[in-house]
Design a binder for this molecule. Structure first.
Ligand SMILES: [Zn+2]
Length: 364
C-alpha cells in the first residue's frame, strides 16, 4: 500500500488560529515531557512503564491538574504518548537515543487523526477551531490517514497522509531493467545506455547575468534606492535560475524513473567536491541533494529500485572493458584510454557503465 504525504501551507492564519496552533503544539509538547518524566519515575520505582499506562495516568488527572488540554483537539496530548512509546521502542531495539525532553520552538507540531478533521477543497476543519484555509487542495486521491500541523519560521503547514488506491503513474511498456547514471560536469548526466542529458542551456547565460548584477551591486552605496532596486533584480533572477534548474532535474528524474526499473548512481562526496572550485560550480548548479530527494519520492511512485554506490568507488578510473584501474585520471581528460587493453571510450560513459555494474553487484 502506498502512502504519500502532502504538505500544504496554511493560508493567512488569523490571530485566533495561530493562537490555537501554538496552544496545541504546547499541549503536545507538555504531554510528551510529562510522560517522559512519568516513565522515568515509574521505571525507578521498579514498575514496567508502557505508553498506554502513562496515557491512562495522564487522563485520570488532567480534568483537575491540566484542564487547559481541553481547549484543543484531544489528539494533541494523545499522540504525544504514542510518540513517546515509539521513541522508547527505538531506544530499546538500538535504533534510537534515549528519549529527550522537547524544547519550545524546536520542531513544534501536533497531530490529528482522520476522525478529527475533514477537508473540503482547499480548507480543513479542525476540532474546537473550525475551518482553516489552505494555499491548495490535497493533490492525492485516496483514504486520508492523518494530518500533522507544524511551523517553520513564521509559517504554518499541514501535512496530510493519504493512502493511495493505485499508483498515480503509469510505467512505460518499454521500461528496461537497469541504468547507471554518471552525474557530470560537462553535461547534467550520462547514462550507461549512451544517452547524455544536457543541462539547461539558459542557465549559463543567466548565471553570467547574475554575476554581472552582483558586481554592479557591490559598487552601489548601501541603503540607496538604486541599491534596493538592484537587490530586487538579483533576487528575482535567483528565483528564475532556481526554477529552471528544478525543471531540468524533474525532467531527468522523471525519465529515469519512468524508463528504468533499477537506477544506479554514486553517492557524491559533495563536501570534498566543493573544495574543487571547478567541480563545485557544476555540483551546486545541479543540486545533488534535490536530485536525490526527487528520485527518492518518485521511486516510491513508480516502484523503482535505487542503488547508491559508495562515494569512494573508482567509477572514473576503472576500465569498463577489462577492469583495470588507473592510478591517476585527470578531470581534464575527456576520453578514457586503457593502457592495458587499449580500450577507448568517452570518460562519462565509461563511468556510467561501471556505476551500473557496481549498482547491480550491490543489489545481488
Ligand atoms: Zn581495459
Amino acid at each position: 500500500m502506498l502512502v504519500l504525504s502532502h504538505k500544504i501551507q496554511i493560508k493567512n492564519p488569523t490571530v485566533k488560529q495561530e493562537r490555537y496552533f501554538r496552544q496545541a503544539c504546547g499541549t503536545s509538547r507538555f504531554a510528551y515531557n510529562w510522560g517522559l518524566a512519568e516513565w522515568k519515575r515509574q521505571y525507578e520505582a521498579g514498575l514496567k512503564p508502557t505508553a498506554f499506562k502513562i496515557k491512562k495516568a495522564f487522563n485520570a488527572i488532567k480534568p483537575v491538574d491540566f484542564p487547559w488540554v481541553f481547549n484543543v483537539t484531544k489528539c494533541a496530548a494523545e499522540q504525544a504518548f504514542a510518540n513517546l512509546g515509539t521513541a522508547f521502542k527505538h531506544f530499546f531495539n538500538g535504533s534510537g537515543q534515549y528519549p529527550q525532553f522537547k524544547k519550545k520552538g524546536r520542531r513544534d507540531s501536533f497531530y490529528l487523526s482522520n476522525d478529527q478533521f475533514k477537508t473540503e477543497g482547499n480548507r480543513i476543519k479542525i476540532p474546537k477551531l473550525g475551518w482553516v484555509k489552505l494555499t491548495e487542495s490535497i493533490r492525492f486521491e485516496g483514504k486520508i490517514l492523518s494530518a500533522t500541523v507544524s511551523s517553520n519560521a513564521d509559517k504554518w503547514f499541514i501535512s496530510i497522509s493519504v493512502q493511495l488506491k493505485t499508483s498515480p503513474v503509469k510505467i512505460s511498456e518499454n521500461q528496461t531493467d537497469v541504468v547507471g547514471v554518471d552525474l557530470g560536469v560537462k553535461s547534467l548526466a550520462t547514462l550507461s545506455n549512451g544517452e547524455t542529458i544536457e543541462g539547461q542551456k539558459p542557465l549559463k547565460k543567466l548565471s553570467r547575468r547574475l554575476a554581472r548584477l552582483q558586481r554592479k551591486q557591490a559598487s552601489l552605496t548601501k541603503g540607496s534606492k538604486r541599491n534596493d532596486r538592484q537587490k530586487l533584480k538579483i533576487s528575482k533572477l535567483h528565483y528564475r535560475i532556481k526554477a529552471i534548474r528544478q525543471d531540468g532535474l524533474h525532467k531527468l528524474t522523471h525519465h529515469l524513473c519512468q524508463d528504468f526499473k533499477i537506477i544506479c548512481l554514486e553517492d557524491l562526496n559533495v563536501k570534498g567536491m566543493m573544495k574543487n572550485s571547478r567541480l563545485a560550480k557544476a555540483i551546486s548548479d545541479m543540486g545533488f541533494y534535490e536530485l536525490k530527494r526527487q528520485l527518492g519520492y518518485k521511486a516510491g511512485l513508480y516502484g523503482n529500485w535505487i542503488s547508491i554506490i559508495d562515494k569512494w568507488f573508482p567509477s572514473s578510473k576503472t576500465c569498463s572493458n577489462c577492469g583495470d584501474k588507473k592510478e591517476l585520471f585527470k578531470l581534464s581528460e575527456r576520453v578514457y584510454h586503457c593502457e592495458t587493453c587499449g580500450y577507448e571510450m568517452d570518460r562519462d560513459l565509461n563511468a556510467a557503465i561501471n556505476i551500473e555494474r557496481e549498482g547491480i553487484r550491490l543489489l545481488a
